[in-house]
Design a protein around this ligand. Sequence first.
Ligand SMILES: Nc1ncnc2c1ncn2[C@@H]1O[C@H](COP(=O)(O)OP(=O)(O)OP(=O)(O)O)[C@@H](O)[C@H]1O
Ligand SMILES: [Mg+2]
Length: 418
Amino acid sequence: MSMAGVPTLGIDFGTSNSAVACVDAGGAARLLPLEGAATTLPTAVFFNAEDRTVHYGREAMALYLEGVDGRLMRSLKSLLGSALLRERTAVGWTDVSYQEIVGRFLGELVRRARTHVGEVAPRLLLGRPVHFVDDDPARDAQAQASLREAAEAAGFADVAFEFEPIAAAFDHERRLDREQVVLVVDVGGGTSDFTVVRLGPQRIALPDRRPDVLATTGVHVAGTDFDRRLNLGQVMPLLGLGHAGPDGRPVPSPLYMELATWHMINFLYTPRRLAEARALRTNFADPALHRRLLAVLDLKLGHRLAAEVEQAKIDCSVGGGAATIDLGEVETGLAATLDAADMAVQLDALLGQVAACARDCVRAAGLQAPDAVYLTGGSSALAPLQARLRSEFPGVPLVEGDLFGGVAAGLAWAAARG
Ligand SMILES: Nc1ncnc2c1ncn2[C@@H]1O[C@H](COP(=O)(O)OP(=O)(O)OP(=O)(O)O)[C@@H](O)[C@H]1O
Ligand SMILES: [Mg+2]
């Protein structure tokens, strides 16, 4: 609580899911319900072209999946730091920039949060990944500036930022009964972020925690990249990726890359890009594959395929068996499959990048190994990722935390500290 008695919100604006928390009058961090009882709001916006309404979260996904005419936006955070953020996109009855859409989404998060807590402080603490953009400090700074601008558009005069894994660490700390040096692993939808921090019940009240943060690292590889790789490996070949044309040359691949990338899908639905896709026909020896590709573009099924792949990834990780990716809407009877062996092969290089970044963080902290590895973020549940971390840090306990709420709760604690 701030002095005036109004709470300061902490917002975790995630690539896939967002959450809002604040410290309540009783002194506990509280995740606020954002969609019914759920304390996450999927970072999804749907512009319903049939009745010109705008929808958010699970409702946005459901309307799109029901086939309502309109535009779905996902993975908006991945556009931060890119020139595409300023691009205007047609949504059926008007056009809006992605920057405006991020502002609207943050505004909606706050509106929903306020139905539970009423007035909030003009100060806001936002999480941010260690790198919005890898190896490009100028674009990284631009990404944070754009997020700040969106938060200002949502009504906050004073916007501060904290690294997402550090926030997650301070939430985890509340449940520790002794001091430990912990590697926090936050693998979400867009980024994998790490910090090595000294945590403990006696340290919570220390006025300055900076000396406890021994290292932070991050890489722009996470769940949406896993989805893209699996999509390119298992589904896109059925639409012609890697297929040889009449001259023996493969069908050009950039369109498939975009179609398999959550935040790029909408850019394929412009009249110009659709005409380009139609003109690819002569590149296909098998016209049936080109027809499938056009069906996906004409029916705007891109997000649906990505969602099917994502679900198969989760089912396969949780169940360990094989999952079917139903492509019946593209062509009757068409389906792809994914099993644990496919997943291990397809994700090997990406998981290697994530594990290397974790290793770098421990090394930067000057340690051989941490006392424990704390896992948060949806993708930290991925079975082959956990296997990779176990072999990277043999003998170190892996502690599974709150997959989706840890960052926001930690932001609330940090916001209340001032
Ligand atoms: N059980 C699971 N196994 C593997 N992956 C999962 C599981 N559940 C969710 N995911 C993946 O977790 C990701 C979303 O995680 P999360 O909500 O933590 O990300 P985020 O905070 O929105 O993203 P970021 O922090 O990178 O901006 C998605 O890619 C989703 O597919
Ligand atoms: Mg996250």
